[in-house]
Design a protein around this ligand. Structure first.
Ligand SMILES: C[S@@+](CC[C@H](N)C(=O)[O-])C[C@H]1O[C@@H](n2cnc3c(N)ncnc32)[C@H](O)[C@@H]1O
Length: 455
């Protein structure tokens, strides 16, 4: 998880006036909020809804314009702490696994280029030229205000924009509504940024895909017809539903949401994976709840750089979940048949290494790993030996242990003894609770498993 406290801000005010319903409804805003909330949680950031414009006259000062005047004060007033801010329009969905764009900014003012409809841009830039003293705007640097990432160092700039806007508001409104009719905040914002020589960083195209029609990105390759996923979903990271008749927005965003909404559920992978057995089917496996907790704890971008070692992988049911979360997984079991089954469970991924070995044999060398699931031998001595050697040979690893609440074993005792001996900490209890009865009759007397040393 990033140690930076970045935030995504969506301006979102659902008008009560039905006559303003030019987009064909407002459900798209709510779905956008759900999608962005998921993305923020997955990346360890916060979603903030900007819904208190400071100026009442939203005809003269549209929300799209006011947000630039208000945002820093708004965040201070709400006592929201932040490093970088991504201001993003609600007319968008981030793909569920969209990479972390905050890491691409170099701490600069960061945007996406706007060149989808050059005629519109040209007419807009020409239309506003006069009010900006005939400044020659470089159209090749023209960006879109649907998605802008900034930080506190841009406060003064936004103030300049506010001052210019307020000083010229009547003329600007005339340009917006009567003469030029090409956008609201975007072109004046571009002028102010360029005229102040702002160092602008541009995101790669997939992070701001718009005009999906124009680019024929709503379709798929019908000639091959082997994969019907639309191009924008396959290749884009943030999809903007603009650049077409606005009455279509609700309809189009609803259809897209129907197609992708399941992916914004934290348990999507677990629920949609019928190859993963639970304790109900295989008494050696962990429960479904254990797997969900593992998935929700470790399916975060920073674990993708780590290696997980599973001592005792059995049929590979948890292994397949680990493969989803970690960059590399090393699955070890003493029985060739178990390794065969694990290989079969993991046949759709290529980040798992399989080792057939007795982990208590002198010849077995503990592979390098950042996280270890200790689940081979289940006696006090075996688990103690596993924890000892991981502490000795690895660099401060995270431990995952199950069977903590298994009354027939001494796992809880050995875990508690070792936690004390090495001054470790149980950071999280996972899996089923005290009283849970497995299908083979075993009743847990405590939580199923623990995670130790989760940094
Ligand atoms: C409880 S199961 C592991 C369950 C698995 N981790 C999961 O989450 O589904 C224990 C596994 O450890 C393996 N095992 C037991 N002793 C072992 C040893 N000395 N070396 C390697 N594997 C061993 C067993 O063959 C068995 O498949």
């Amino acid at each position: 998880m990033s140690d930076k406290k970045n935030i995504v801000v969506i301006p979102m005010i659902i008008p009560k006036d039905k006559n303003l319903d030019k987009f064909g409804g407002w459900q798209w805003m709510l779905n956008s909020k759900t999608a962005w909330k998921y993305w923020c949680k997955r990346n360890g950031y916060e979603l903030v809804i900007y819904d208190e414009p400071s100026l009442e006259d939203t005809t003269k000062y549209k929300i799209t314009t006011q947000r630039w005047f208000d945002i820093f004060n708004f965040l201070d007033r709400k006592n929201i702490k932040y490093d970088q801010v991504a201001m993003v329009d609600a007319s968008s969905f981030p793909k569920w696994n969209c990479p972390d764009f905050f890491k691409l900014t170099d701490n600069k003012f960061t945007v996406g280029l706007e060149n989808d409809n050059l005629r519109w841009i040209y007419e807009s830039v020409q239309g506003y030229k006069n009010i900006f003293n005939n400044y020659e705007l470089d159209i090749s640097k023209y960006f879109c205000t649907q998605f802008v990432i900034f930080n506190k160092s841009h406060k003064e700039l936004f103030k300049k924009f506010e001052k210019f806007y307020k000083d010229n508001v009547d003329e600007l409104v005339k340009l917006q509504t009567k003469t030029v009719k090409r956008g609201t905040d975007q072109t004046p914002f571009n002028y102010v940024m360029q005229m102040n020589n702002v160092d602008i960083n541009y995101l790669p195209k997939p992070f701001r895909l718009s005009h999906l029609y124009r680019k024929e990105m709503l379709g798929h390759n019908w000639q091959l017809n082997e994969d019907t996923i639309p191009f924008f979903i396959k290749y884009g990271y943030v999809w903007f539903f603009s650049g077409f008749d606005k009455t279509q927005r609700d309809n189009l965003m609803r259809q897209v949401w129907e197609l992708v909404k399941d992916r914004y559920d934290e348990d999507f992978f677990i629920n949609n994976n019928n190859i993963i057995e639970s304790k109900d089917v295989n008494k050696n496996a962990t429960t479904l709840k254990f797997k969900k907790d593992i998935y929700n704890t470790f399916n975060k971008p920073h674990f993708k750089n780590m290696t997980l070692l599973e001592l005792g992988c059995n049929h590979g049911n948890t292994t397949r979940v680990y493969a989803e979360c970690f960059g590399k997984v090393i699955a070890v079991d003493m029985f060739e048949d178990n390794i065969k089954k694990t290989k079969s469970k993991c046949q759709d991924v290529n980040n798992v290494q399989f080792i057939t070995a007795d982990v208590y044999d002198n010849k077995f060398k503990l592979p390098e790993a950042d996280v270890v699931h200790i689940d081979a031998g289940h006696t006090y001595q075996q688990v103690a030996y596993d924890i000892d050697r991981c502490i000795d040979q690895l660099d401060n690893p995270i431990f995952i242990l199950d069977d903590y609440g298994n009354p027939k074993q001494e796992i809880k005792k050995v875990i508690n003894d070792k936690v004390k001996q090495y001054q470790l900490k149980i950071d999280k209890f996972i899996g089923e609770k005290d009283g849970f009865v497995c299908t083979h009759g075993l009743a847990f007397n405590d939580r199923e498993g623990v995670i130790i040393n989760l940094k």
